[in-house]
Design a protein around this ligand. Sequence first.
Ligand SMILES: [Zn+2]
Length: 590
Amino acid sequence: MTAAAAAVPNGRRSAGRPPAEARLRGISTPSPNSPPADPPAARAAVWSDRLAEEVQARIAQGPADRQIVCASGISPSGPIHMGNLREVFTTHLVAEALRARGHDVVHLHSWDDFDRLRKVPAGVDASFERHIGSPLASIPDPWGAAGSYAEHWIGEFTDALAELGIAMREVRQSERYPAGAYNAEIRRAMDLREAIFDTLAAQQTSGRHDKPLEQRRREYFPYKRYCSDCGRDETQVTAYDGESVSYRCRCGHEGSESLADGRPIRGKLVWKVDWPMRWAHEGVCFEPAGEDHHAPTGSFTVGRTLVRDVFGGQAPSSAVYSFVTLAGAGGKLSGSTGSAAVPSAALRVLEPAIVRWLYIRRLPSQSFQIDLSARGVQKLYDEWDRFVAAAQAPGADATDAAMYHLAVRSSSGAVASSARRVPFRLLSSAADLTQGSRAQIGRIVAQHLDDDAPAVDELLEQLEPRLRCAIAYVELLPDDARTTLRERFDAPTWEGLDDATRGGVATLARELSQAWSLDGLTTLVYAIPKLMLGLPRDAPPSPELKIAQRAFFKALYELMAASDTGPRLPTLMLSIGPERTRELLGGDAA
Ligand SMILES: [Zn+2]
């Protein structure tokens, strides 16, 4: 399970756990957005299927028709980012693999919103310090819109899950605990508190303690009561008689409550006891955990003992997952994606199927970075397009085919991915040059597709969701990365060019009409610098030629866009048409 919040991108819960340092298609022929039939033999190659095999082996002794519970959990203590998504995704994919094997599976997701607020994350008003120690579900939303602090982060995250094809049965611990759902288990833990103390003590590194072991054992209670007066958990249990518990708070308040069956309560088991209690209570068969929980003194290791000795259950099969981080702060798309790498920010610019693929293609134990910089997003689309082409090719690698299937479809249905994978570079350039005009983007893309293009309306439909991602991407680009075309021919720029370059530009202006296609214009703009060097049009590349080509392209950008870079030149020319291109290149002047 994993803790949200700035503090813990990767470990499951923050409360009660060590605050681990921040742990978190080229133009293709149109292909229908329906995934290929699932090749069962291929599935075994994906990591989630191996984990499903472990779960199957584990349940082999039990009743055949039992529903398999695969669990995940997040403490909604701050932005729930791409690292937390790995907790949910690992469980989701194992559940999917078990469903593919014919099992009845539920993905049970715990919102640990009855956890205490441990620290105020970046971006939240510092005055929220006063809520430290209170349950996340009892703190107001810092922005006043959602029902509570916890609700704010949960809402942002779960909106993204629907797009990603992840369906879960969600449980709020802020409802379960207070409703008395776990009272019998809490009493059991209280009765066996000395054994629990010994288990925890044995697995802890011997630190310095003010009090002797015997006294600490006597005073140990695995239950934390939230104070009825100040609302915080700075309380100590002072007495327990097998049913009623008395406590004293740091604020001076003293109180008591009954833990009898069905009685509402206002406290919870400490994390290391809470987790194994719920494995037993919910019959969890699979649950992943971040690296720190699987350490020798981690909560999973301790939980394995406690679930057996205290609650008469068995620890679930598990998988250790590693960090997911956002690549370097530099080169980020501007402001509105924010600094928190939450799934909804990634989904603004990435097709949902691509986000799924990021998690599918790597073993949970491999850490990875998501690069949402302008260049990083382009690169990711190029990688995905190459992957899909390979996965859909006849005789494709079985693992690729299986991973593709998992990316574009879940048991909830199809996951959005573009039926026509036009290069993201082209779509974003067209969005940039046309200020996001869909009709004009459609026209530019159609020109790139030549005879292959359907009617514009149909084309626009086939381009979604990539089209809206490209438009959002351009809106997020910093101003200096956007392209502004010149209104008219710029004489001073023309006069600043040397004779050879002017000659080259004139050749281009003269020949572009005959070359008016993506391929034709590409060949032409690369050939002209060869002519300028006295080489034949089919001369092979050389370092000298590369320098000349770069200088020539720079001159063309300056003439057309008052910049020394921009979208690919053929795209730029196709987007504005031959007449305007000729005019900006000097027309008659040249
Ligand atoms: Zn108090």
